[in-house]
Design a protein around this ligand. Structure first.
Ligand code: NAD
Length: 333
């Protein structure tokens, strides 16, 4: 974020609920918050702290923290939360998170912000930013791999980036594809459920957003000129695409350190298929330091690992807008 988000909370604590976040953050504000913070990371104005993510040995949950500091935007804080796989059966979102913002001048807690909706829109904004900067301009078919909670947010944001004429989709559990189909139909885009190989043969842009631990898309299936946004792999051991595909593609990411340790490139790095130096940050493309896609035949991959600064950036905008629109609660401390 290049612009400072001044939040006047008179020294007290601001609370911005999940409902308030939904009321004030739309896809346009999410896109610009995420694009700006990727640019700030590339300029060296903002950096992420090491991620903590642990299996807590209870409720099969993964819990942790993502944090960072944006000096230019004066945004300091963390997102605390994780993944509770049994939640959906209880009518809750599997991902649960809360964002904490602190005053970088004195360390005082400034705002508590619901993180569930913001995580979904900032993750969708990240793949949308990658499509905007890296996909072929004439992309017509969007392929969706995965139909869980994040997938409809991904679909809505992606469809705004190019003049897509068709959506093809695959999910392990076919029943869940109805959620994607409903969004595509609402937006007037034809939808077809397909097998994975056919999806790769048809799609110009592919988003993967699953919790898979094995490659779902093979190198030989991907046609020249495809852009892939691999968004599901955010933990050691997860994998969505064939590691060999990385050597046939130009690989971009939100943050190299996360990409090689817990993102989609972890497997290609471990096997020596690609070197860390070959991975380009999307911020460098946004800032014009890297050309991005250079030909219509090039396969581009965006490894969207999800960085703490994305959460802080969007939470900071949410707090500012919630204060302006009377949607924030204020507590005197
Ligand atoms: P969800 O539990 O709602 O859905 C999980 C999806 O993964 C479903 O489509 C399911 O069918 C599929 N899946 C699970 N195991 C699979 C397997 N072995 N093979 C193929 N498909 C499988 O989860 P969600 O909230 O939609 O999140 C999806 C993924 O995105 C998770 O891995 C999550 O950790 C990740 N995520 C990443 C970011 C980021 O910033 N990169 C942000 C949020 C979530």
């Amino acid at each position: 974020m290049s612009e400072e988000n001044n939040i006047n909370n008179e020294g007290g604590l601001l609370i911005v609920s999940e409902d308030a976040c939904k009321a004030v953050i739309d896809r346009t504000s999410a896109f610009s918050a995420v694009e700006n913070v990727f640019a700030a990371m590339s300029h060296g104005d903002a950096y992420n702290f090491p991620v903590i993510r642990e299996a807590i040995g209870y409720a099969d949950a993964l819990y942790g923290f993502k944090s960072g500091f944006d000096r230019a935007g004066k945004t300091l804080g963390l997102k605390s939360g994780g993944y509770w796989p049994g939640n959906a059966a209880k009518g809750l979102t599997n991902h649960q998170s809360t964002i904490f913002l602190f005053d970088p001048d004195n360390g005082k807690l400034r705002a508590l912000v619901g993180g569930n909706y913001l995580t979904a829109v900032r993750t969708a904004a990240a793949s949308a930013v990658s499509i905007a900067h890296l996909a072929r301009k004439d992309s017509k078919v969007l392929g969706m791999v995965g139909a869980g909670h994040q997938s409809t947010f991904q679909l809505r944001a992606a469809l705004e980036q190019r003049s897509f004429e068709k959506v093809v989709a695959w999910n392990k559990n076919k029943e869940r594809l109805k959620n994607l189909q409903a969004v595509a139909e609402e937006l007037g885009v034809p939808f077809e459920a397909v097998e994975r190989e056919q999806l790769c043969a048809e799609a110009d842009v592919i988003i993967t957003i699953t919790s898979a631990f094995e490659p779902l898309l093979m190198k030989e299936w991907i046609k020249p000129g495809t852009h892939l946004a691999c968004m599901g792999t955010d933990t050691k051991g997860k994998q969505e695409v064939d590691a060999d595909l990385m050597s046939a593609a130009t690989v971009f990411t939100d943050e190299v350190a996360q990409s090689i340790s817990l993102g989609e490139t972890q497997h290609a790095i471990a096997s020596g298929t690609i070197k860390e130096e070959a991975i380009i940050t999307i911020g460098d493309v946004i800032n014009g330091k890297h050309a991005g896609r250079t030909s219509d035949d090039e396969i581009t991959i965006f490894d969207g690992t999800g960085v703490g600064l994305q959460d802080l950036a969007i939470a900071s905008v949410a707090v500012k807008l919630a204060v302006e629109k009377g949607e924030a609660q204020h507590i005197s401390l």
